[in-house]
Write a protein that binds this ligand. Structure first.
Ligand code: NBY
Length: 840
């Protein structure tokens, strides 16, 4: 119906209401207005940082107007909404992305230009929002971009860490040093504090069952802290739809504890408030390992409780019966980190809404969905029962009750079907026996969810046949499915590789506003593989991107890079399962081989520049040694006159989303070489291929599906397959063969390292020892075939025409890996939500 104006004269309001700034003149006015008022600065002494701030505030105004319209539309239409719960959102920078999604980058560029600034310089002023570790956090960011672009009513919920992932420094000896990332030190124009949106969150205290014939309990006492909302606008691409990412900040419920203060206990009073601030102070920097720290569990509960309270408050505004929750809310768990929403929702429904246990359980299990991102045993979350009992006494009771009631039907069936199958019962329990007992979060997430998915076909199969096998037998296979990961082509092609984006639009004769949202259209490039002029343009773009990176490295590190070499890139978190070691050992092998060649032979060698970047978890000793080895090998080979023009090596410090945006478009080849069965999906593999880089990879994760899409002839596969891995590990353990016998080529590499060629050999010994004994990640098993695969890359690169064709075909066939496809799969087959476009 017609809107009612709250007060005053409708015409006065309408005349005064401002629309977005969409032409260069009004954009310029808005930027200058922000210089004068928001920044309180004079135009004549404006520096680049100020110009960035003013441009960002102007773009933000446009986002806010769209955000308001979108949220109003959601309130009016009351569609079912989905909430993406992730402890990590690795957003990177915002300004460029926002201008592109608004379709206003050219206008802003022109405006900034006329004001005497360079847009590229402005963009460089922005700090990355690095509230994540790696793939899991970046996936969440891509999914937000796609949700808004597809006009879906999806909000993200996370934490507003005062410090993001640590800044990585590399000492001259190759040591990784960690420094804090105070990303909020400068004003952050991309968040809106919502001090009025806040919830009280309880910890500790006592939980007492009422024992009045209901399952209710009272949870009282303990400590309460306040969760305060900060909203981040998420613009869709070429649409008004602008979604919300709500991040929670913790603070004390009342600044000081007046009692202790008056009693003269000033420190104690401040201490209490410090512990409240501590909850959202820092992102835990571990990927793939859990540490069982109390503060981490506090973060998880603080965030899930605040997010759920917020969802339920919004739901209650609809005036629907509480049992309708699954018709209006879908909650997606990004890994097990938010699993506490399951007992928290049960607590609200049972203790506060007074529902029967079974009714509450039905609501919960029709609302929650769980995505698993790993099958590595050390990465599966477990929390000690005593810790959980202490911090969250009521939730611990509920988890014990879920274990009893939810599993009981099945346990009886199991008992009948497999009498005395005690092992099975013990395997499936939410509680792992031991000292102490532990809560298995993946089991809780699984039985509390409507559907469970893995992130690539192979990984989803492994979830079904290994870690959750018993639950597949319990609940049927249809609950367990797959959504192969994807990436947003906005950031990972249009934004990071504008030249390629322009070439694609020109060639397809289709505006990017079309193909960026319908990525299968890239197939239209296929006929042009036979067009020599097009191939030249394609190759020229890659060359320019190499030069852009070289300029960046020169400016930041003072190093000169040979841009006429093949660029070979491995960028990801440092981890033994990702096998950066295999890569660096391969580089040393290449160096030894080159050194042994005559100058004549060397002339036939194709020059190669190898790039590494990535952070190691601060406590990950072996990964840090790997960095040391890479840096010290680089120090030797980059100055060896015999080889430096043919092989050079760089470890680029402080890997980030922004660095990835510069590196990915340069690559001829990139490495995704995990031990088969260990990399759930991988997503940078998709980014490289979308930008016309080819892969060297193992038959693992999404590499497999990429090869299916782009053609196996365009991927350099090597190594053992997943089914062989267990047997090989068994062999290593029980029938060890000396390295010299097993893999002579690798033995020579080890000798070189041990000879002190790369500095004190003792430093590397713990790393080499893991390979010599045990070799859990099968370096020795895959080394020879890895070297062969690299030789095939060299050979293929000699035929440059054919190589460029491969590159074009690869990009052309990457449509499947748009995160738009993923998000529509979640919307249709999981959440059951529909687009809710603005103004319709
Ligand atoms: O998730 C990654 C997977 O390794 C990768 O294969 C996949 O493509 C990507 C997206 O699905 N997992 C990942 O990044 N995990 C973490 O960063 C992570 C962070 C924290 C914890 C565990 C894992 N933790 O327990 O604290």
């Amino acid at each position: 119906g017609k809107e009612k104006w709250p007060r005053g004269d409708e015409k006065t309001w309408k005349d005064a209401i401002r629309g977005p700034d969409t032409d260069t003149t009004s954009i310029t006015k808005s930027v200058v207005n922000h210089v004068q008022t928001s920044l309180a600065r004079q135009a004549y002494n404006l520096d680049t940082s100020g110009a960035y701030q003013a441009a960002a505030l102007s773009v933000r105004d446009n986002l806010i107007l769209n955000w308001n319209d979108t949220q109003l539309q959601y309130t009016r239409k009351a569609p079912k909404r989905a909430y993406y719960l992730s402890l990590e959102f690795l957003m990177g920078r915002t300004l460029d992305n926002a201008m592109l999604n608004l379709g206003l980058k050219d206008n802003y560029k022109e405006s900034v230009d006329k004001l005497g600034f360079n847009m590229e310089d402005l963009l460089e002023q922005e700090r990355d929002a690095a509230l994540g570790n790696g793939g899991l956090g970046r996936l969440a960011a891509c999914y937000l971009d796609s949700s808004a672009s597809q006009e879906l009513p999806v909000w993200g919920y996370g934490l507003r860490y005062r410090y993001g992932i640590f800044q990585q420094l590399i000492s001259p000896e190759g040591q990784q040093l960690e420094a804090p990332d105070p990303w909020l030190e400068m004003q952050n124009p991309w968040e809106l504090p919502r001090l009025d949106v806040n919830y009280e969150i309880r910890f500790y205290g006592q939980a007492e069952r009422l024992n009045d014939g209901t399952p209710r309990a009272h949870w009282t006492g303990g400590q309460e802290v306040l969760a305060v909302a900060y909203d981040v606008m998420i613009p869709g691409c070429y649409t008004k739809s602008t979604n919300n990412l709500r991040l929670w900040e913790s603070k004390p419920k009342r600044g000081f504890d007046l009692n202790s203060f008056n009693a003269g206990n000033y420190e104690g009073a401040v201490g209490e408030s410090n512990s409240a601030f501590a909850i959202t102070s820092v992102l835990y920097p571990n990927d793939q390992t859990t540490f069982g720290k109390e503060l981490r569990l506090k973060q998880q509960y603080f965030w899930t409780a605040a997010s759920l309270a917020d969802m339920i408050r919004r739901f209650k505004n609809l005036g629907k019966p509480i049992t309708d929750i699954p018709d209006y809310i879908a909650i997606q768990l990004n890994d097990t980190h938010p699993t506490l929403v399951i007992p928290e929702l049960m607590r609200i429904l049972v203790d506060e809404e007074d529902l029967d246990w079974d009714v509450a359980w039905k609501i919960t299990t029709n609302t929650v969905f769980y995505t698993n991102h790993t099958v590595l045993p050390e990465a599966l979350e477990k929390w000690p029962v005593p810790l959980m009992e202490h911090l969250l006494p009521r939730h611990m009771q509920i988890i014990f009750d879920i274990n009893m009631y939810a599993l009981s039907h099945f346990l009886q069936t199991v008992e009948r079907k497999f009498p005395n199958d005690r092992d099975r019962l013990a395997r499936m329990s939410l509680i792992e026996e031991g000292y102490p007992q532990q809560v298995r979060m993946a089991h809780l997430a699984c039985i509390g969810s409507k559907k469970v998915n893995g992130v690539a076909e192979l990984h989803s199969d492994l979830v079904r046949t290994t870690i959750l096998k018993d639950f597949v037998e319990l609940e049927g296979i249809s609950k367990f499915s797959n959504v192969t990961n994807g990436i947003t082509p906005r950031r990972w092609l249009d934004q990071c590789n504008p030249e390629l984006s322009a070439l694609i639009s020109k060639t397809l004769k289709v505006d990017k506003s079309v193909w960026l949202k319908d990525l299968d259209r890239l197939e239209g490039l296929l006929p042009f593989t036979e067009d020599a002029a097009f191939r030249e343009e394609w190759a020229a773009v890659k060359q320019h991107n190499k030069e852009r990176l070289a300029a960046h490295v020169k400016a930041t590190l003072g190093l000169d890079i040979n841009t006429h070499a093949m660029f070979d890139v491995q960028i990801k978190r440092l981890h033994e399962y990702k096998r950066q070691t295999l890569n660096i050992l391969g580089v040393i092998h290449r160096y030894i081989t080159l050194k042994a060649m005559s100058p004549e032979e060397r002339k036939k060698v194709n020059p190669r520049v190898v790039f590494f970047a990535g952070k190691a978890a601060p406590g990950y000793y072996i990964a840090k040694i790997t960095i040391r080895l890479i840096v010290n090998v680089a120090n030797i080979i980059n100055v060896d006159p015999d080889t430096k023009d043919l092989l050079s090596l760089y470890f680029l410090p402080d890997y980030s989303v922004s660095l990835a945006e510069i590196l990915i478009p340069t690559s001829d080849i990139s490495q995704h070489i995990s031990t088969a069965g260990t990399e759930a999906s991988g997503t940078s593999n998709m980014k490289f291929c979308l930008n016309g880089g080819l892969l060297v990879g193992t038959v693992d994760g999404a590499n497999i599906e990429i090869a299916e899409s782009v053609g196996e002839e365009n991927v350099f596969f090597f190594g053992h397959l997943t089914p062989a891995v267990e047997d090989l590990r068994h062999e290593h353990r029980y029938h060890p063969v000396p390295l010299e016998q097993k893999c002579p080529a690798l033995a020579r590499v080890f000798e070189k390292i041990s000879s002190g060629a790369f500095g004190d050999a003792g430093v590397y010994e713990p790393l080499l020892a893991t390979i010599r004994t045990g070799d859990y990640y099968l370096i020795t098993e895959d080394f020879d075939s890895y070297i062969q695969a690299l030789a095939m890359v060299d050979e293929a690169y000699l035929d440059r025409t054919e190589w460029v064709k491969k590159s074009i075909r690869t990009t052309a066939r990457m449509g499947k890996f748009s995160s738009d496809r993923c998000i529509m799969e979640y919307a249709d087959s999981y959440w059951n939500i529909e687009p809710c476009p603005v103004g319709k």
